[in-house]
Every structure is written in structure tokens, then in C-alpha cells.
Design a binder for this molecule. Sequence first.
Ligand SMILES: Nc1ncnc2c1ncn2[C@@H]1O[C@H](COP(=O)(O)OP(=O)(O)OP(=O)(O)O)[C@@H](O)[C@H]1O
Ligand code: SF4
Ligand SMILES: [Mg+2]
Length: 314
Amino acid sequence: MTQFLLEAHKVQKSYVSSIYRNNVHAIREVSFGLQNGERLGIVGESGSGKTTLCKLLVRLEKPTSGKIFYDNIDITDLPEKKLDFLRKNVQIIFQNSMNAMNPKHTIGAIIEEPMQIQTKLSASDRYKKNQKLLQDVGLQQEIYERYPHELSGGQRQRVAIARALSLEPKILICDEPVTSLDVSMKAQILNLLLDLQQNYNLSMIFVSHDLDVVTAMSTKIAVMHSGTICEIISSYEIFSKAQHPYTKLLIATLMEFKQTTITNCLEKQKVKEYSTIKGCTFYNYCSIHQEQCKMVKPELREIAPDHWCACHLL
Ligand SMILES: Nc1ncnc2c1ncn2[C@@H]1O[C@H](COP(=O)(O)OP(=O)(O)OP(=O)(O)O)[C@@H](O)[C@H]1O
Ligand code: SF4
Ligand SMILES: [Mg+2]
């Protein structure tokens, strides 16, 4: 049986919509596993539930139902005071790292804060580690005394990465880490993340709208649509062997319009409509749908070795 470091089992997350006063099912019965040392990409259009899933995995949010396991420990309902091991071992960085930084703290203090809270390292050991982290993420030592507003977007993202690595986590989750950066900076940060993944022996979840970026950063890709995972496939095979009608549509659209971002690939389903779907979330767009697809949710099934698909016809 495959051993997973992080595992989601039939996880759901619903919110009450302030507009429609009904339940928005942000995540619907999502199941998958991340193996030790693996790089899993998550790709999907805006609103498909990528960030919500990441927040559930690090227990910034609690699932409405389902289970999440870290290293075979059920973390779904653990109280905050029992989550120290998770806070140390699973770190997350977001698109806007500035939001997570106290503007009144120096970069040195920002990077050191997790070590101060979670470890017994002395001030001089924390300082030494801080200097090493700055070097590892490609920042000058003089940054230590500066403040977040004095840094460029790329430098701030490097600081966020250094802070995330300060506790030597086993898993790094990157939610759109380069979306707000310019093209040259994007490439630098992506290369840095790949180097760090090797050097720090990290398992990684990498989230993006950009299929090219996800393919470059991951060994396996989970495609999300309307809160579900509709396909999981090796990144080497996604362009040649994808089977799910949504993944195929994404690829066809990207090829046709020579764009890599999938934000506007599909017309948005209205939240009200989206919240009432019982069967396949792709039903309204699927050219091969059948009657059962409307009412019965397709389960994610292994259709070939390490290739999973949620479609009644596959
Ligand atoms: N706190 C919340 N309250 C109500 N609805 C929410 C909340 N957080 C997320 N949602 C809804 O859940 C769905 C998924 O949102 P999420 O932010 O996870 O999508 P995403 O795939 O990360 O999108 P993007 O690519 O734009 O970042 C959306 O319909 C969103 O409006
Ligand atoms: S389950 Fe049905 S509607 Fe959904 S992708 Fe497959 S054929 Fe299309
Ligand atoms: Mg998001």
C-alpha cells in the first residue's frame, strides 16, 4: 500500500454565501495523497478551490467533513495547542507574502519569529541560522536589518521562503507564489524553489493557474474543477495522455489561444447554480455527458497506473 506523508480523504468544505444565503461547496469530497519527496502540482481556474484546499491541508481552515492525515496522524479535529508538529513540518507560502509580514518588524525578526516560537534555539544560533537561510534563498546579508516595504516583490517572496524553511519543514505548499511577479523574477523564484526542494529534501505542493508552470514544477498534477479533483496524472504525460473532458478542454484551449493561464477558459458558473450540482461538476460544459452524470458524482478512479480520473465514461 502506498504510504502518504499528507493525505486527504473525502474532504469537503462549505461556506455560507453572504449573497445567496446558501451553502457554497468550495471543496467536494476531495481525496489524494502526497508521497515523501514528491512534487504535486494543483491546477485549476479561479474559484475552483485551490487555496481552500491548501488552507485545509495546513489546518488554517477545518473541513466540514472528511479526514486529513499528516504522517498517518489524523489532524482533522486536533485542537490548535496539539498542532505544533504540523506547524513545524508543513509550511505554506502565498501569492502576497507582504500580507503575512508585520511591516514594523525587520526582515531578520520576521524570519526568526517561527524559530523563537517553536524552538529552543539561542539568540546567537537563531542569528546564524537566519544568515544561512538568507544565503540559501539568494538574499544579501544586509537585508536582515531592512523592513518589508523596502524590498521588491521578488525579495519579499524570497524572505517568505526563508521564513517557511526556518523550521526545516518536510512539506512546503506554494499557493501561486509567482503570480504577482514579472517574468524574469518568476523564473528566478521557480528555479530557487526547485533547488531548495532538492537541498532541503522537501515534499512540495505547487498551486498555479499556469499549466506550463505547474508542469515544470511538478512530477504529478491534480486538475481541479468546481471544488473537485477531476484528474491526477504524471506531468510528463498530461499533454499526451490526459483523459478527462475538462483536462482535454483546458489543453485544447491553451494550445488554440497560445496562452498558459486558464483563468478565463470557461465561463463562470454562477455560485447559486454551482452550489446545487449533485453529479459531475463539469456536466454543463461536457459535450459527451449522459443522463447519469447530472445526478451521480463520478468517483476518482485509477484508470491506468498512477493515472486517476473522475468520469463515468472512463
Ligand atoms: N471564507 C469564504 N467564505 C465564503 N466563500 C468562500 C470563502 N473562501 C472561499 N470561498 C469560495 O470558495 C470557492 C473556492 O475559492 P478558492 O479561493 O479556494 O479558489 P481558488 O481556486 O484558490 O481561486 P483563485 O485561483 O482565484 O485563487 C470560491 O467560490 C470562493 O468564493
Ligand atoms: S462524468 Fe459525465 S459530465 Fe462528467 S466529465 Fe464524464 S462524461 Fe462529462
Ligand atoms: Mg487561490
